[in-house]
Design a protein around this ligand. Sequence first.
Ligand code: ADQ
Length: 738
Amino acid sequence: MTAATTAATVALPSKGHVLIVSNRLPVTVRESKRGIVVEPSAGGLASGLRPYFQSASATWIGWPGPLSASLSDAARSSLDAQMSLHHLRLVELGKKDVVDYYDGFSNAVIWPLFHYLLDRIPLRSQNWEAYQRVNRRFADAVVAQYQPGDVVWVHDYHLMLVPALVRERLPDAQIGFFLHIPFPAPEVFRILPWRRELLMGVLGADLVGFHTPSYARHFAAAVRAQCGIDPAHDCVRVDGRAVRLGHFPMGPDAEQFERLAIDPAVQEEAARIREDSRGRFLFLGVDRLDYTKGIPRRLVAFERLLQRDPSLRDRVRLIQLAVPSREGVSEYASFRKQVEELVGRINGSVGTLDSVPIHYLHRAVTLEQLTALYCAADAMLVTPLRDGMNLVAKEFVASRVDDDGVLLLSEFAGAAEELSEAVIINPYDENGMADNMAQALAMSPDERTARMRALRRRVVGQRPNTWAQGFLSALAEAADSRGRPERLTNPNEIEGLMRRVTSAPRVVLVLDYDGTLVGLREMPELAAPDASLLGLLAVLGSTCEVHLASGRPRDVIEGWFGDVPIALWAEHGLWHRPAPGAPWELRAEVATDWIPEIRALFEDFVARAPGSRIEQKFASIVWHYRLVEPGVAAQHVTELRRELETRLAGRPLEVMDGHKLLEVRQTAVDKGTVVRDIVARAPQGSLFVAIGDDRTDEDMFAALPADGVAIRVGAGDSSAPYRLASPMAVRALLGALT
Ligand code: ADQ
């Protein structure tokens, strides 16, 4: 998986007006005595996107946070005016939506799951309905706002269904999706009962972006495991549409932090903070008060540092800034209590008469104050248990125009994939973290400078605008190369086709079996024909010429269809039986001496890939892997294909990919030769109709005469001009012909 682009490489302006869609607007709205007050909100998504939003032709669609249900008319019109002035469109959420969709599903289920904190997921999570309902409301808001040419950019885990919901109604729209949090390993993601729905929702986009290559890889693996689609490189094909995956590491507005860092007022504030610390070594933590940020373990590690070396108690200090977050969620209220009790306990146990080691603040601060803190700190502690990116780490680096200060950074933050010169820590290891804090304390000025210079080279130059433009130009490219979505043939066209078939003097049907007349089953022997299908074929066989052309062995086909008045073709046309009672004919002389060797190879793979099995025919052999875990299967398929290609080189055999199978078969015959035979024997004026669902059936379509009718069943690339959804639809069509 490679990046479709990175923030630093592309900066083409996007042409259309951009509709940014996120759960929260970048502002909060409150009612004061002076009327409605609209204020910027904190948090990574808002601070990361705001600069781009302010400079672009864009409208931001989202929820402004809880609003009083009883806004006066005057307040309401003032709110509307301010929203429109700032290019904001409200999606209002009722109390129940907030409780069920926002707190109950997004923040109580997806958030902990994607951060690998499985024990935080509530026992009863019945809010999936609400999640779907609110996602539909956001999609409605997008469609209402959308003008042709607009670009729709959906953000984050609250709105994972929106891309597909919008795609349904605006099939040609440019739709992007960016996930700000980690995408977990597929083994973790699969825990979610609605895993497939979320993936399919996101795959409505043209481009799906993540902070790091590993999240994109996890997503591709989850798509393979849950949706049965094999992503190729950075592309997932959904209903004929190409969906691109890419990584776009977000950075803060580095220039703004650099500018603030040299502002005299900020420098004065930093000096004041240092003075206040009276020469103590200053550790700093800045986080939203969230259980993913690793604050308790960080505090315990700090305590351990002071327990190990009591002489440090008057010589170090930790300022921990915790910005209030999701205060409506009960988990967060009890988490706050836990942190505050811990701070109290640690200060009580390792504090001295002169020193309270942890200075804890539970509030937001201004950007100037934040930068002053970054500049004043000796070491910054960024120790999340998991974090999509973590902008605080990068903001600290951007602010250190003095090339000084130590960054301790969790290996589980996305930022760690870029900021490898930081002191990388394991946030679950309190003793190790205490060692790392001691390392920071003892670090020589030369080493501090060397590390910070290297970090700054990475961060300086990162700008939210470049990031957003990078994503949007990759989105424009992805939408350009999306391809024509596969489209089912509509009822009018089907009617036209029926008229043509029923008015033809003579009709010849060539039908594939598996996937065409019956659905694909876990095991091939489960796909026997039912009585209604046998009845349908018998009636068809008595009114027109019917050929059943299958890749199955002849004994199976004979067993199932021996008495039906149709012509049978088995093993992709190697065997033919023209009518009931007639003997089977072998249509080509083929070698079978290679089979024992290849069978031994297949047996080796069956042993390695539990659930897979071998099907042996007269002159071909198949490895079926439908029941194998998709990730495991993908590895083995690649390996087996490579091995087969080496062993079979120069022989008249080919390796064919079918639906969850690899088949080694003869090149002497295929379903194309079957159709050519049928056409050659049929009387002049016959209309040929071929129906099939996989690659082998494309050979039949290609062999049809120019006025023949090719019908593809289900998804996948095809030359057929007609497409039906399923075997049910095929049977309905054939039923209508009788
Ligand atoms: P967050 O979880 O919110 O973001 P982060 O990336 O660190 O995490 O962003 C926090 C932002 O809030 C920073 O810009 C910081 O300056 C600001 N902030 C923090 N404490 C503050 C305080 N006390 N006062 C004022 N401002 C404060 C989510 C994901 C991250 C991802 C971002 C962006 O969880 O992993 O990096 O989105 O995609």
